[in-house]
Design a protein around this ligand. Structure first.
Ligand SMILES: [Fe+2]
Length: 283
């Protein structure tokens, strides 16, 4: 039976440039018709929040599969006890995550998979299994808006620049890089600073993983990247979500930056992440 999702979905925009809270019952959310509506809402709002939806891992995976091709670009957390493969657990709990530095890295603005060898994931989804006791909110920034509102003269100066992204840039200052997993280091990924998407829209590709600007002395490049990251994170383009148990979020990873606010090392915070493959190389 086909479901008319429109009357069952209530959308409340958060800011003009980014974010909407979506009120929906789980049955409608898991219907075959909702993913098309969800993709449409993501094109418009970039990041969507579903309060206390209460998905199981299996339900989250079923929805993930309906949004596109499921991938697990980081592999599985050693010792992770999620019930299904392809669900990545984000937590600092030491009995679960033996590589906490990657979770610390998520406390800085970033896009998922920008330093992977694959096209950046299209959508990232998070379910809140255990909310943080304090802190640990997630912020989302609209990288399209960050580009669009730049002065024209600055746009002309920035277009054409290329940036080297790597994991080391994201983790420098968080750990002794010599202790990094050698399988994950030493890989540089050069991308244009301004990502021109297939539909013609442009976004600013910055984040903690952006290391140097090609052809620019290191200090000038670092100063430029830091300033642009601050620009992209200005309040007009950013929403902040405080997690309750069962909350679900999905965002367009190709046009948004995200970060977690700091939380304690002994926090029980546990998020379950699933990912939909991207189909667009950065160009
Ligand atoms: Fe992330």
């Amino acid at each position: 039976m086909s479901v008319d999702v429109e009357p069952r979905v209530k959308v409340e925009p958060i800011k003009p440039s980014i974010g909407a809270v979506v009120q929906i019952d789980k049955e409608t959310f898991l219907s075959e018709e909702f993913p098309a509506k969800c993709a449409e809402l993501l094109d418009k709002h970039t990041a969507l929040l579903f309060p206390e939806l209460g998905l199981t891992d299996a339900e989250q995976l079923a929805f993930t599969d309906r949004m596109g091709e499921r991938i697990n670009f980081t592999g599985t957390v050693p010792g992770g006890d999620v019930s299904a493969e392809d669900v990545y657990m984000i937590t600092l709990k030491q009995d679960v995550n033996a590589e906490p530095e990657y979770v610390w890295g998520s406390m800085f603005w970033h896009g998922d998979g920008i330093v992977s060898d694959i096209a950046p994931p299209k959508y990232t989804m998070l379910s809140c299994n255990t909310p943080p006791e304090k802190g640990g909110q997630t912020e989302f920034a609209n990288a399209f808006a960050a580009w669009e509102i730049l002065p024209e003269e600055e746009k002309r100066e920035l277009e054409g620049l290329r940036v080297v992204h790597n994991l080391e840039a994201g983790l420098r200052g968080l750990m002794d890089l010599e202790n990094m997993n050698p399988a994950k280091t030493g890989m540089n990924h050069e991308h244009p600073l301004v990502w021109t998407h297939e539909d013609g829209r442009k976004s600013l590709l910055v984040g903690q993983h952006a290391d140097t600007v090609v052809g620019m002395p290191r200090p000038q490049g670092r100063a430029l990247l830091t300033r642009l990251q601050e620009w992209a994170g200005q309040p007009d383009f950013v929403i902040r979500h405080t997690w309750n148990k069962g909350d679900f979020a999905i965002w367009d990873n190709t046009g948004a930056l995200h970060r977690a606010l700091p939380y304690a090392e002994e926090s029980k915070r546990e998020m379950h992440r699933t990912t939909v493959a991207g189909y667009e190389e950065i160009s």
